[in-house]
Design a protein around this ligand. Structure first.
Ligand code: NAP
Length: 454
């Protein structure tokens, strides 16, 4: 039997498990999918926006894999010095595949970034997604205008959630505290700002279009700003996805404002240089505006500064400039890219392949692509692992890893525990007159998981 540990139960982890059991090349594969959280599905549960029900329904496909008799979900297991050391994990399995994603956010590196009211988009997403590590709230409290820095799909997600009303958010699984806060939000101006041009924006057209379909909200685009982009007037040479974005923006730029209750302003060629403290009656430690420098194309896909500046008022700033991988216990790390060096998914240590250690997903290729991108990425890693299988199974293992985990003082949340969490979330929703409502903290998640055993 080939015993594999997959660390991380997000899409890349689950697609890896699926690839390992749904093949005939190596019979008798058993996979434990470990996660530091008691809940599976990674960013599908804690990253996909709650109003994107269709993408969220991907959980059903992932569930089918985790319910396969050859696959075991073990939640609440942290790998590292403060949990199970990676070296011990390697002893318990023939192979370990790290599918841990990109756990932190990139920094802007401009003065004022740490002012109160300035958050990473990840912190905001974690809050409205009920991530149990999210301790912050008060994002929208007292804010009337917001600036979202960056023009990727996460920026679109947080902009859309800020612009949605209570009636649209209530049917989602958003935790009750976030729903209450967003329902009371007075944010009516949201500026989403890109440092480059519209033809270089990273959002996808489907996501972009959704902004134009929000009730009581209008999208405002200044045609003069779009025309700074050499590809704006002649987009035919652009890749199809970028061209479609430009066409959508062109439509909005040609539409006069109609006086909707909320406005989303899509801005381009503005790079953030400083977050300015509120100059009003506050204590000077809260953000009041973002200073941007006007940029122009440099002819090579980048931009250069012009020395002209514009301040945009904001009591809430969400920095949405991408995720970043963090170093893992006992694994080599490419600090420049925030990834683990690998060859077709095999971890490369000191220039040589490390047998039995693999990566898939964002920690392998960086934080890019949509959920489906993880399928071929996981497949490549699984192919490498299966090629190595004959050599890996020669090592004798100490027995069922679950016994060893318990002996190490860990109490994994097994599938029945996760199902108990799901039941508790359905009951919470029913008691609130909503659908499923997520439990937002460790205490309630673990208490719900424990009911599986009683
Ligand atoms: P992203 O697509 O990499 O976008 C990051 C944005 O931040 C870009 O506009 C980038 O501009 C900007 N940026 C980076 N550094 C900056 C700086 N110092 N100052 C100003 N702007 C800066 O990242 P993401 O939005 O976090 O998304 C991550 C991945 O998840 C993407 O592949 C995305 O498609 C995916 N995702 C998909 C969905 C969906 O399918 N619905 C939803 C959410 C996320 P430059 O281009 O100029 O660098």
């Amino acid at each position: 039997m080939l015993r594999v540990a997959v660390v991380g139960s997000g899409p890349s982890g689950v697609y890896t498990a699926q690839g390992l059991v749904q093949q005939s090349q190596v019979p008798g594969v058993r996979v434990d999918v470990l996660d530091r959280l008691p809940c599976p599905y990674g960013l599908v549960r804690y990253g996909v926006a709650p109003d994107h029900e269709k993408i969220k329904s991907l959980q059903n496909n992932l569930r089918a894999v985790l319910e396969d008799e050859r696959v075991r979900f073990l939640g609440g297991v942290r790998i590292g010095p403060d949990g199970l050391p990676a070296a011990r994990l390697r002893e318990l399995y023939h192979a370990v595949v790290y599918c841990v994603g990109a756990a932190t956010d990139r920094h802007l590196g401009v003065p004022g970034e740490e002012l109160a009211g300035s958050w990473s988009a990840t912190e905001f997403v974690s809050w409205y997604s009920a991530h149990p590590d999210s301790v912050a709230d008060g994002f929208v409290l007292g804010a009337r205008s917001a600036v979202v820095i960056g023009v990727g799909n996460v920026a679109v997600d947080v902009t859309r959630i800020l612009a949605r009303g209570a009636a649209e958010l209530s049917p989602t699984d958003m935790p009750q505290a976030a729903l209450t806060a967003l329902a009371a939000s007075e944010v009516t101006e949201i500026s989403m700002v890109g440092r480059r041009g519209p033809s270089q924006a990273r959002f996808t057209t489907k996501e972009l279009r959704e902004l134009g379909a929000l009730p009581d909200t209008e999208v405002i685009v200044d045609p003069r700003e779009l025309e700074l982009d050499p590809d704006y007037n002649e987009p035919s040479g652009l890749p199809a996805a970028n061209r479609r974005n430009v066409e959508v923006l062109r439509g909005w730029a040609a539409t006069p404002p109609r006086g909707a209750a909320r406005r989303i302003r899509l801005r381009f060629f503005l790079r953030p240089v400083e977050l300015l403290a509120d100059s009003g009656e506050g204590d000077g430690r809260r953000v009041g505006a973002v200073r941007f420098e006007r940029t122009v194309p440099d002819g090579h896909g980048g931009v250069t500064g012009t020395g002209r500046y514009e301040d945009i008022d904001a009591q809430l700033v969400l920095r949405s400039v991408g995720y970043r991988g963090v170093p893992l216990d006992g694994l080599p790390f490419d600090a420049e890219h925030g990834t683990v060096p690998h060859l077709a998914g095999r971890v490369v240590r000191d220039g040589a392949v490390a047998p039995g250690e693999y990566v898939a997903g964002w920690i392998k290729r960086g934080p890019t692509g949509v959920i489906g991108t993880n399928r071929p990425c996981a497949k490549e890693t699984v192919t490498s692992l299966l090629e190595d299988a004959a050599m890996l199974v020669r090592r004798e293992l100490p027995g069922d890893p679950l016994v060893a985990l318990r002996a190490a003082g860990l109490t994994p949340v097994e599938w029945a525990g996760w199902q108990a969490i799901e039941r508790a979330e359905a009951e919470l929703g029913a008691s609130l007159g909503r659908g499923v409502v997520k439990l937002p903290d460790w205490t309630s998640l673990l208490a719900a998981a424990r009911t599986a055993r009683s």
